[in-house]
Write a protein of this length. Structure first.
Length: 152
């Protein structure tokens, strides 16, 4: 199932295999959008603004919430509310689906745990290559230095 699509059995936004966000936690606001549409654009509120309280959602564990807050900081306000806007489509329903899909994808990417770094020591041959490369660069720089006349 694609991230962000509603499940057939209940009305949750599926973020990944473990995380589902109930639609009740999402708040949608609508506004008039600019762009193409003629007179229609001045009459209907097709722009969709999605709000999600990331700081206080019960759908995420404390660790998941902290990680998401850090990675999605550019989408959060001071209160920890996540805000996304979609106004590219002419229909409110299409914009609503698009912003919900984007929300699920952003949250799914934010919840991916970073891989643990494995300490690796460079091999003896790799260290030798590094040192010989440094020596070559040093020799080339010495050749560019001015030559002083020592016969005086």
């Amino acid at each position: 199932m694609d991230a962000g699509m509603a499940d057939e059995t209940n009305d949750d936004v599926v973020v990944n295999a473990r995380v589902r966000i109930p639609r009740a936690e999402l708040t949608y606001r609508f506004a008039r959008a600019g762009g193409p549409g003629g007179q229609h654009v001045n009459k209907v509120e097709t722009a969709v603004e999605l709000w999600f309280d990331l700081a206080r959602t019960p759908s995420l564990s404390e660790a998941e919430r902290a990680q998401a807050m850090q990675k999605l900081a550019s989408h959060l306000d001071q209160a920890g509310m996540m805000r996304l806007v979609s106004r590219s489509e002419r229909s409110q329903l299409a914009n609503r689906e698009q912003v919900t899909q984007r929300f699920a994808e952003l949250l799914a990417r934010a919840l991916i745990a970073p891989k643990a770094r494995k300490r690796v020591r460079p091999s003896r041959a790799a260290r030798a290559r590094r040192v010989s490369a440094k020596r070559r660069v040093g020799a080339a720089k010495r050749l560019r230095a001015p030559v002083w006349d020592m016969e005086e």
